[in-house]
Design a protein around this ligand. Structure first.
Ligand SMILES: Nc1ncnc2c1ncn2[C@@H]1O[C@H](COP(=O)(O)OP(=O)(O)O)[C@@H](O)[C@H]1O
Ligand SMILES: [Mg+2]
Length: 456
């Protein structure tokens, strides 16, 4: 029996047992040996979904990606494998080959040296990956994908994947969000109102659709307010960081994105929130990377959809670095509203402190106005940390004395003195963008904030 016969037999078996990951693995390995690279990749990716086959599948996937020139993904995968087994010479050898293919010759030489030190000859694999020395090039240039591969992927329950990002248990509403009145107003108009009264909006020729991109320094309530929108609309809250999508589901990221949207549509209303949205833009050699491109394309496709497809899906994204977000996401119907989430002003700081301090012993006797004056530009997260810090002193004394000691205004002021606003650094960076890269007025709100605080 030659490879093709075995492959046909496996194909038949897989049609009956489409969830048998070890069979997919075997199929992938044989297809790779027969030079049927695309089929091999599809099969190995399917095998990769199964925890028991994952590592072996990943090892087989890397040389195939390299052969196809998908070098960014190849690099991410091989580095992930290496992180788990540093003393595996074969992995270092493959690492060297991927690096060389990317033109990183020095790094490649170092990786090759590591492979040799571990007893593996990095030059040994002389034939191109995915094709064994004895198999002549196939006349069939576009091998048909295994028929069952698609059905396996569809039968994998996407809700299982999406489930882990569902945070609906923690109900928050706008009343919990201090300040940010302008942000709330715009979200009401753009997202909540069309959701609650679609007929009125249609009468004005407007569609709901599209999403909101929130940006600002860390810790000022971007995630918090997206969660509150879910509370306002009695919708589910599904939140996922782009890094999570990439790190936990590399190679499968675009499938996860599809699963998240499908789940959001099926169990609407859903607030679907993408955090760290800038991760899709800068970093990790994006330009040449098929890997990121596939993910971005998938997201765009899900967002655009056909009219009404995403009804009941309220879309949010957040970033600390809006200047790294791909302009393609800003087009109409996508994240066409970009809102600045600033550090809390005095009344918002008072609100945050009050909500937090009222839960502490002695909380009703605190002079919070004084604390507000002592915390210019502190973020919401800073204020929460400040209360915790102040409470620590009182807690220690309480434990020592065996009697509950109240937290005092002095505790809070001392904690404030020991801390710095964590927004400062962000504002310094943002200033340059507001000053030199605001041609289209996208940072007007930021610029105005900076002017008001004499930073521009
Ligand atoms: N405007 C606000 N009102 C109430 N709490 C806030 C506010 N901003 C921040 N916080 C508090 O700080 C924490 C961190 O905020 P978060 O939404 O995670 O910030 P971001 O997403 O902007 O980095 C929140 O969980 C909340 O406890
Ligand atoms: Mg956040």
């Amino acid at each position: 029996m030659n490879d093709d016969d075995i492959l046909s037999a496996l194909e038949a078996a897989l049609e009956r047992e489409p969830r048998a990951a070890p069979l997919w693995l075997l199929y992938g390995e044989l297809a790779a040996r027969a030079g049927r690279t695309d089929e091999a990749l599809a099969a190995l990716r399917t095998a990769h979904e199964d925890a028991a086959c994952r590592e072996r599948a990943a090892r087989r996937i890397v040389p195939l990606l390299r052969a196809k020139g998908q070098l960014a993904e190849a690099l991410i995968r091989i580095e992930a494998l290496l992180a788990q087994s540093q003393s595996d010479g074969a992995l270092h050898a493959e690492h060297a080959r991927v690096l060389r293919a990317r033109g990183a010759d020095e790094e490649a030489a170092r990786a090759a040296a590591r492979a040799r030190a571990l007893g593996v000859d990095p030059e040994a694999e002389a034939v191109p990956a995915g094709r064994s020395a004895d198999s002549a090039p196939k006349p069939d240039p576009v091998p048909p994908a295994p028929a069952a591969a698609a059905s396996v992927n569809e039968s994998t329950e996407p809700a299982d994947w999406a489930q882990q990002f569902d945070w609906s248990g923690l109900v928050t509403t706008f009343a919990d969000v201090a300040g940010l009145d302008d942000v709330k107003r715009q979200i009401r108009l753009k997202i909540i109102a069309p959701f609650q009264d679609p007929a009125v909006f249609r009468a004005f020729g407007r569609s709901g659709g599209g999403g909101i991109l929130l940006y600002g320094p860390p810790g000022c309530g971007k995630t918090f307010i997206a969660r509150a929108v879910a509370g306002e609309c009695k919708a589910r809250f599904v939140a996922v960081g782009i890094h999570e999508i990439v790190d936990k589901f590399w190679g499968e990221s675009e499938k996860l994105v599809h699963a998240l949207f499908e789940d959001a549509r099926r169990r609407a209303p859903t607030v679907l929130f993408f955090d760290e949205f800038d991760a899709l833009g800068g970093g990790r050699g994006r330009v040449e990377s098929q890997f990121w491109k596939t993910l971005v394309d998938q997201l765009l496709q899900e967002m655009d959809g056909v009219q009404g497809k995403n009804e009941g899906v309220l879309l949010f994204a957040a970033t600390n670095m809006p200047w790294n977000v791909d302009a393609a996401f800003r087009r109409p119907g996508r994240f066409d509203r970009v809102l600045f989430v600033p550090p809390p002003d005095e009344s918002a700081r008072l609100g945050i402190l009050r909500a937090r301090a009222s839960k502490l012993p002695g909380g009703d006797k605190l002079d919070l106005a004084k604390v507000v004056k002592a915390t210019p530009l502190f973020t919401g997260a800073d204020l929460v940390a400040l209360c915790d810090r102040a409470a620590e002193r009182a807690l220690e004394e309480s434990l020592a004395g065996g009697k509950v000691q109240p937290v005092t205004t002095k505790d809070l002021l001392e904690a404030a003195k020991a801390m710095r606003s964590s927004a400062e650094e962000w504002l310094a960076t943002a200033r340059n963008h507001a000053r030199y890269a605001n041609e289209s007025g996208q940072y007007d709100e930021l610029a105005e904030f900076l002017k008001r605080h004499k930073r521009l």
